[in-house]
Design a binder for this molecule. Structure first.
Ligand SMILES: Nc1ncnc2c1ncn2[C@@H]1O[C@H](COP(=O)(O)OP(=O)(O)OP(=O)(O)O)[C@@H](O)[C@H]1O
Length: 584
C-alpha cells in the first residue's frame, strides 16, 4: 500500500477523475446487489406458489435496468481511471527523459543504455498499472466486497455472514507475508530485464563486429544466459504470486462449505428461507472477484512500488555540474586554461596536471601528442563535460564553471572523436545545432567540409537518409557531416577532437585550411602532424601535461616529441610517394 502514498501527489493532481471513477464503482456495486436479492425473492415466490406475471416482469425489468446502468457506469470508470493513468505515464516518461537530457557524462558511465531504457519502459508501465488496475482492484474489492457483505447481513443474516466469512482474515495474513516477497522478486526481475536490454542493445550496435569475427554463436550463448536470468527471476516472482490465487480459492471454498452447512441447517430449523440461502450463496459468488482482486492488487502494488523505487533512485541523481549564480551572462573574449589536476570520477590517478595555455579570441590552436596523453580529456573540460577539476578555465577572466551551462555551450561547438549522427536526412543532421540557418549557409558549410559533390551525387541530395548513426555513409563522410553540423552553429569556440582522422590527407588539408580562415577560436586535437603547420599555436601533451608549446615552425626545429614524430611521419610519406612513383 506504500506505493499509493508515494503516488499521493498524482492522485491529488487528478482527484476529480479518481473521485468520479470511485463514485461510478460504488454505483456499480449498488447495482450488483440487486440481482441476487431479486433471485432470492423469485425463489421464495416460486416455493410459495405465488408468482404473478406482472410482478415477475417488474423483477426482470429491474434486473435488466440494473445491467444497463452498470454498462454505462463501467464505461465511465474505465475511461476515468485508465485515462488518468496514461497521464501519469506521460508525466513519468517526460520526467525521466528530461533527467536524461540534463545528466552529465559520469551518469552515463554509471548507467548503461539498456538499463535506462528498462526504467523508461517497463518500470513506467508497472507504475501506470498501479494508477489504473491497482486503483480499480482496490476500490472494487473494498466497495464490491463491502457492499456484498453488508447485503448478506442486511438481507439474509448477520450471524450467518460472520460465520461464513471467518476464513477471510487468513487472506490478510497471507498478503502481508507474500507482499514483500513479491516486491523483492519483482525488483530482481526488473534488474535482470535491464541487463538483458543492455545486452540486446550492445549486440545490435556491435553486430558488424560480431559477424566479422564469426562470434555469432558465442554472442547467442551470452544472450541466452541473460534471457535465462530474466526467465528465472520472473518465474521466482510468479512463484510467490501464484501462491496467492489458489489460497483465495481455498478460502472461498471454505466460506461456501460453511454457508451451505450452517445455512442449510438454519433453513431446516426454519430460521432462514430457501430464497435467503440462495441469495446468500449468490452474494458469496459475487465475493469471488473482489477476493481474487485482492490477490492481483498486491501483485500490482508491489510491482509498482519496486518500479517506482527504481525510477526514484534514478531521478534522485543530480548532475555534477555546478549551478551558475543567477543573472550571469556569458562573456566573450580571450580564454585561459590553467588546470592543476583532473581525474575521472571514481578514478584515483590524475589524467591531467599542470596544463596551462591561452586561447586568444580567434586563435587556431593544435593539440598533439602520443595516444592516451590526455588530449580528448582536455577538450572535454573545455566543453564542460566535467567540472570537478582543480584549477580554472576562464573566458574574459571568468571561470567557465560560474557561467550558465546552456549559455556557455551555445557559444561552443564540439566534435568528439566518435561523433554520432541521427538517423534522419543529411540536411536535418547538418541543421541540428542551428535549425533556422539559411539554405545559403547550409551550402557554404557543405562546401567547407568538402561534401558538396558527394551530397549532389546522393540519391536525394540533402534529403538522403543517413541510416542509424550514419551507417549508409563512409567513415570520412560521417566525420565531415559531424564537422559540418558543428560549423553550422556559428559558435565562438570550435573544439574538434581529431575530426578528420578517416578523411584522406589531401581533403583533410583543404578542410583545415578553411577552418584556419574562420573567425572563431579553434582548439583541435589531431594525430596528423603534416596539417598543423599553418595553425597559430601548437601544444604538445605527454602523460597528462604540456611538454612543449609554441609556433609550429619553432617546435619543428627544437628537439622533442613533435619534431621526432613529424620527421617520422614525413619520412613515411616520402617512402609512400616513392613506392607510388615506382608503380606509376
Ligand atoms: N571516461 C574515462 N574514465 C576513466 N579514464 C578515462 C576515461 N576516458 C579516458 N580515460 C583515460 O584518460 C587517459 C587520457 O585519455 P584521452 O582519451 O584524453 O587521451 P588522448 O590523448 O585523447 O588519446 P588518443 O590520442 O588515443 O585519443 C587515458 O589513460 C585513458 O585511459
Amino acid at each position: 500500500m506504500a506505493i499509493l502514498k508515494q503516488l499521493g501527489w498524482f492522485f491529488r493532481q487528478q482527484w476529480r477523475q479518481y473521485l468520479g471513477g470511485v463514485v461510478a464503482l460504488i454505483l456499480v456495486a449498488i447495482c450488483n446487489v440487486i440481482p441476487a436479492r431479486i433471485i432470492g425473492n423469485v425463489v421464495d415466490a416460486i416455493s410459495a406458489h405465488r408468482v404473478v406475471l406482472g410482478w415477475l416482469l417488474v423483477q426482470i425489468g429491474i434486473m435488466v435496468s440494473a445491467a444497463l446502468i452498470q454498462y454505462f457506469l463501467r464505461f465511465a470508470w474505465q475511461k476515468l481511471l485508465y485515462g488518468s493513468s496514461y497521464v501519469l505515464e506521460r508525466q513519468l516518461r517526460s520526467q525521466l527523459f528530461h533527467h536524461f537530457m540534463v545528466m552529465d557524462p559520469s551518469f552515463y558511465q554509471r548507467w548503461r543504455t539498456g538499463d535506462l531504457m528498462a526504467h523508461a519502459t517497463n518500470d513506467v508501465e508497472a507504475v501506470r498499472e498501479v494508477a489504473s488496475y491497482g486503483i480499480l482492484t482496490l476500490a472494487d474489492s473494498v466497495i464490491t466486497g463491502g457492499s456484498m457483505i453488508i447485503a448478506m447481513g442486511a438481507f439474509v443474516s448477520w450471524r450467518l455472514t460472520v460465520i461464513t466469512l471467518l476464513p477471510l482474515p487468513l487472506l490478510v495474513v497471507l498478503s502481508h507475508h507474500l507482499g514483500n516477497k513479491i516486491h523483492d522478486a519483482y525488483g530482481r526481475a526488473q534488474q535482470a530485464f535491464g541487463r538483458l536490454n543492455n545486452k540486446t542493445q550492445e549486440s545490435i550496435s556491435g553486430i558488424k563486429v560480431v559477424q566479422s569475427l564469426g562470434e555469432e554463436e558465442a554472442d547467442l550463448a551470452d544472450f541466452h544466459h541473460y534471457v535465462q536470468q530474466v526467465l528465472h527471476t520472473n518465474l521466482r516472482a510468479y512463484f510467490w504470486d501464484a501462491l496467492f490465487s489458489p489460497a483465495t480459492t481455498l478460502i472461498m471454498g471454505m466460506a461456501y462449505i460453511i454457508a451451505i452447512g450452517v445455512g442449510g441447517w438454519a433453513v431446516g430449523q426454519g430460521q432462514l428461507s430457501v430464497g435467503q440461502l440462495v441469495t446468500m450463496i449468490t452474494y458469496l459468488g459475487e465475493l469471488v472477484w473482489p477476493l481474487f482482486a485482492i490477490g492481483t492488487l498486491f501483485n500490482t502494488l508491489e510491482r509498482g512500488r519496486a518500479s517506482y523505487d527504481r525510477i526514484n533512485a534514478l531521478l534522485a541523481e543530480k548532475p555534477a555540474w555546478l549551478p551558475a549564480p543567477a543573472g550571469v551572462s556569458v562573456p566573450t573574449g580571450n580564454m585561459a586554461v590553467a588546470i592543476d589536476h583532473f581525474s575521472y570520477p571514481e578514478e584515483k590517478d590524475d589524467v591531467l596536471h599542470d596544463v596551462r595555455f591561452k586561447i586568444p579570441a580567434g586563435a587556431k590552436i593544435g593539440l598533439v601528442g602520443p595516444t592516451g596523453s590526455g588530449k580528448s580529456t582536455l577538450l572535454r573540460l573545455l566543453v564542460r563535460d566535467f567540472d570537478h577539476y582543480q584549477g580554472k578555465i576562464s573566458v574574459a577572466g571568468q571561470d567557465i564553471r560560474q557561467l550558465p551551462l546552456e549559455g556557455y555551450r551555445q557559444r561552443v561547438a564540439y566534435v568528439p572523436q566518435n561523433s554520432f549522427l541521427f538517423s534522419t536526412t543529411v540536411e536535418r543532421n547538418l541543421r541540428f545545432g542551428n535549425p533556422a540557418a539559411s539554405t545559403q549557409r547550409l551550402h557554404q558549410v557543405t562546401a567547407a567540409v568538402a561534401m558538396a559533390d558527394e551530397v549532389t551525387a546522393m540519391p536525394e541530395q540533402y534529403q538522403t537518409m543517413v541510416g542509424q548513426d550514419g551507417t549508409n555513409l563512409s567513415g570520412g563522410q560521417k566525420q565531415r557531416l559531424a564537422l559540418g553540423r558543428a560549423l553550422m552553429k556559428d559558435a565562438q569556440l570550435l573544439v574538434l577532437d581529431d575530426p578528420l582522422s578517416a578523411v584522406d590527407a589531401e581533403t583533410a588539408e583543404q578542410i583545415e585550411q578553411r577552418l584556419e580562415q574562420g573567425r572563431q577560436s579553434l582548439v583541435m586535437a589531431t594525430s596528423r602532424l603534416s596539417t598543423v603547420s599553418q595553425l597559430d599555436w601548437l601544444i604538445v601533451m605527454e602523460k597528462g601535461t604540456i611538454t612543449e608549446q609554441g609556433k609550429p615552425a619553432a617546435l619543428a626545429n627544437q628537439p622533442g616529441w613533435y619534431r621526432d614524430t613529424l620527421q617520422e611521419q614525413l619520412r613515411r610519406k616520402r617512402l609512400e610517394d616513392d613506392l607510388n612513383g615506382q608503380t606509376d
